[in-house]
Design a protein. Sequence first.
Length: 87
Amino acid sequence: PADCNETSGAYKVAVEKSKLHSMPTFLALTRQALPNLPNSSLENTEKGAYAVIDCDSPELILIGTGSEVSLCWDAAKQMSGKKVRVV
């Protein structure tokens, strides 16, 4: 998960799925202090992937997982004037 909203969403999905299916669940968490990202939510986490920063016809798409998503978000903010989508 990329932030605490996604961690909550991943935990929610794991608990709900365990009610239906007997299967193991693994959450890989970091000890880093991560910011809450724009557009992160329990509902978006259930999608599996979503745009943290979205735009029409992006020139560049940055893709990250877990703690790397905030690095992509920071990089996109540094690229002023560019149309960047962060997923």
